[in-house]
Design a protein around this ligand. Structure first.
Ligand code: MSP
Length: 512
C-alpha cells in the first residue's frame, strides 16, 4: 500500500478549554491535509487530547472532580471545535484510551530493552504548568526574569526512572546535520542545535508523587512522565504496536505541527526516544509562532483569551481560517485583532473574491439567462488569463509545499486581482450594449474558468465558501471529487451549466 501523507497537531491539555492557539494549529493541519488530498494523496490527519499529568490531576482536584471526569467534560469542547472549524481529522486520540496505554507501555519496554532506562533519584525543579523538568541553565534564566514573569516551579526529590538522553547528543546532532529539513523554519533548527550542543543530561521519565498517568511496566509506584506518554500518541494513532499494516501505511509522520514553545520536546526528546526504540523518525517538525491579542499577550489573568467558538459565531469559520493563514507567515508571531480581520474581510474577501464572483455570475444571469456561454475564438488577453491561472496553480503548490500559507494566499489573490482587471478591461457591459454576443460569451466564459480555478485552490482554506461558489457555478459533480490537476485543465466550468448569483458571499463588516 502506498504511504499516506501523515500530519499531526499537538494533543491539547484538557485542564483548559480551547483557545485561538489550539484552533490555529488545528486549522493549519487541516489546510495541509485538504491540500494534500487535492493533490491526489492519501492523507492521515491526527489530533487529540493530552489528559494525564500532575497539572490535570491538580486542576481536577481543585474542581472537586476526578481527573477522568474533567477530561470527559473538556474533551467534548475540543471535539466539537473540529466540527465548528470544518476540520477533517481522520481520528481523535485521547491519551486515557486503552490503545494508548498499550502503546506507551510498549515504547517504554523497547527503550528499556535498549538499555536506555535506569532507576535513580531526581532532585531538582519542576514546572507543573509546562510539565517540564528544569535544568540548571533554565533555572538561572528563570531567576533572571522579573518575579511576575517567572513560571511557578517546585522543588522535587523523588525516586525516578531516567532515560539516557545524554547518549543521544551526538546521534541527534548528526541527524540534524544529515536532515537539515527535519526542523522548520530553519532558524528554529539553529536553536535546537544550540540547545543540544549545550549538552544533554539524562531525562527523568517517571514520577512517584502523583498517580494520574500510565504506570511504569513492572513498577506501578511510578507514573510515566507525561511528555513520554503524550509524544507516543503519534504512534498510537496509526496502530502502534500491533496493527502493522496501518503503521506501515502511515509511519513515519510527514509533519508534526507544534507551537514554538514545545519544539524541544518534539525535536530533541521525541527523536531520541524513537532512536532508542528503533523506530523511524518523523520527517519534519514545524514550529509555528504565537498570537498576541489586540497587542497583548493572551492570558487568563488579563482576561483576553480568544474563544474560537465566539470568533466563528461572529465571523464564520471560513473568515477565521482565512485570517489565521493569511495574516502572518507560518512560523512567525502575529497579532489577532478584530480590526485586522475586518480589514481583510472587506478588502480581500468582499471586494476581491466576492465581487468577482457576484458580478460575473450576475452578468451571466443577465445576458445569457444564467447559462454559461460557449466561448468563441480566444484572443491573446483571454489566453493570458489562462496562462496566469496555470502559473498560479504551480506557484501555490510550491508555496504550500514550503508551508508558506500566507504566500499561497497572496499568489491566489494576485491572480484574483488580475482577473478583476481583465473584467474591467474587457468591459462585458459595453460588449453587451454593442450586442457583440460572441465576444461577450468568450469573455464571460474565460472569467468563469478563472473562478473555477480559484474555487478549487481556496477549498483547503475556506471549504464552506468554496462549496458555495461551486454550487453557484452549477456543476453537476461535487467539489470534493475535483483534484488540483482538474484546476490545470482550462474549461472546468462547462458551457450550458446554470449559474446563480445568490446572496453576497462575504458581507462587509463595520470597523469597531
Ligand atoms: N499537551 C501539550 C502538547 C503535547 S504534544 C505531544 C501542550 N498542550 S497545550 O494545550 O498547552 O498547547 C497546545 C498548543 O497550543 C501548543 O502547540 C502551543 O504552542 C499552542 N499555543 C498556546 N498558546 C498559543 C498562542 N497564544 N498562539 C499560538 N499558539 C499557542 O502543550
Amino acid at each position: 500500500m502506498s504511504k499516506t501523507f501523515y500530519v499531526t497537531t499537538p494533543i491539547y491539555y484538557v485542564n483548559d478549554v480551547p483557545h485561538i492557539g489550539h484552533a490555529y494549529t488545528t486549522i493549519a493541519a487541516d489546510v495541509i491535509a485538504r491540500f494534500k488530498r487535492l493533490q491526489g494523496n492519501k492523507v492521515f490527519f491526527l489530533t487529540g487530547t493530552d489528559e494525564h499529568g500532575q497539572k490535570i490531576e491538580r486542576t481536577a482536584e481543585s474542581n472537586g472532580e476526578k481527573p477522568i471526569e474533567l477530561a470527559d467534560r473538556v474533551v467534548k469542547r475540543f471535539q466539537n471545535l473540529s466540527d465548528a472549524l470544518n476540520i477533517t481529522n481522520d481520528d481523535f486520540i485521547r491519551t486515557t484510551e486503552e490503545r494508548h496505554r498499550i502503546s506507551v507501555e510498549e515504547i517504554f519496554r523497547r527503550v528499556e530493552k535498549a538499555g536506555d532506562i535506569y532507576l535513580s533519584e531526581y532532585e531538582g525543579w519542576y514546572d507543573v504548568r509546562n510539565e517540564a523538568f528544569i535544568t540548571e541553565t533554565q533555572l538561572e534564566e528563570i531567576m533572571d526574569l522579573p518575579e511576575e514573569k517567572r513560571p511557578i516551579i517546585e522543588k522535587v526529590k523523588e525516586e525516578s526512572y531516567f532515560f539516557r538522553l545524554s547518549k543521544y547528543q551526538e546521534p541527534l546532532l548528526e541527524y540534524y546535520k544529515d536532515h537539515p529539513d527535519f526542523v522548520s523554519p530553519s532558524y528554529r533548527l539553529n536553536e535546537v542545535v544550540k540547545f543540544v550542543e549545550g549538552g544533554l543530561r539524562d531525562l527523568s521519565i517517571s514520577r512517584t508523587t502523583f498517580t494520574w498517568g500510565i504506570a511504569v511496566p513492572g513498577n506501578p509506584k511510578h507514573v510515566i512522565y507525561v511528555w513520554f506518554d503524550a509524544l507516543t500518541n503519534y504512534l498510537t494513532g496509526v496502530g502502534f504496536p500491533d496493527n502493522e499494516k496501518m503503521l506501515n501505511a502511515n509511519w513515519p509522520a510527514d509533519v508534526h505541527l507544534v507551537g514554538k514553545d514545545i519544539l524541544r520536546f518534539h525535536a530533541v526528546y521525541w527523536p531520541a526516544f524513537l532512536m532508542s526504540a528503533g523506530i523511524l523518525l518523523p520527517k519534519k517538525v514545524f514550529a509555528h509562532g504565537w498570537w498576541t491579542v489586540e497587542g497583548e499577550k493572551m492570558s487568563k489573568s488579563v482576561g483576553n483569551v480568544v474563544d474560537p467558538y465566539q470568533v466563528v459565531e461572529e465571523f464564520g469559520a471560513d473568515v477565521f481560517r482565512y485570517f489565521l493563514m493569511r495574516e502572518i507567515p507560518f512560523g512567525q508571531d502575529g497579532d489577532f485583532s478584530k480590526n485586522s480581520i475586518i480589514a481583510r474581510v472587506n478588502g480581500e474577501l468582499a471586494n476581491g473574491l466576492g465581487n468577482l464572483v457576484s458580478r460575473t455570475l450576475g452578468m451571466i444571469e443577465k445576458y445569457f439567462d444564467g447559462k454559461v456561454p460557449e466561448p468563441g475564438e480566444l484572443k491573446d488577453e483571454d489566453e493570458s488569463v489562462r496562462t496566469k491561472a496555470l502559473s498560479s496553480v504551480e506557484l501555490v503548490e510550491k508555496e504550500m509545499d514550503e508551508m508558506a500559507f500566507h504566500k499561497a494566499l497572496v499568489s491566489l489573490w494576485d491572480f484574483i486581482g488580475d482577473v478583476n482587471k481583465y473584467v474591467d478591461e474587457s468591459a462585458p457591459w459595453i460588449l453587451a450594449k454593442e450586442k457583440n454576443e460572441e465576444r461577450l460569451g468568450t469573455v464571460l466564459w474565460t472569467i468563469v474558468q478563472a473562478i473555477g480555478v480559484v474555487t478549487i485552490l481556496i477549498y483547503p482554506f475556506m471549504p464552506e465558501s468554496a462549496e458555495k461558489i461551486w454550487e453557484r457555478l452549477g456543476s453537476s459533480q461535487p467539489l470534493n471529487s475535483k483534484l488540483l490537476s482538474d484546476a490545470k485543465e482550462w474549461g472546468i466550468v462547462k458551457s450550458g451549466q446554470t449559474v446563480e448569483k445568490g446572496q453576497s458571499l462575504f458581507p462587509r463588516f463595520e470597523n469597531k
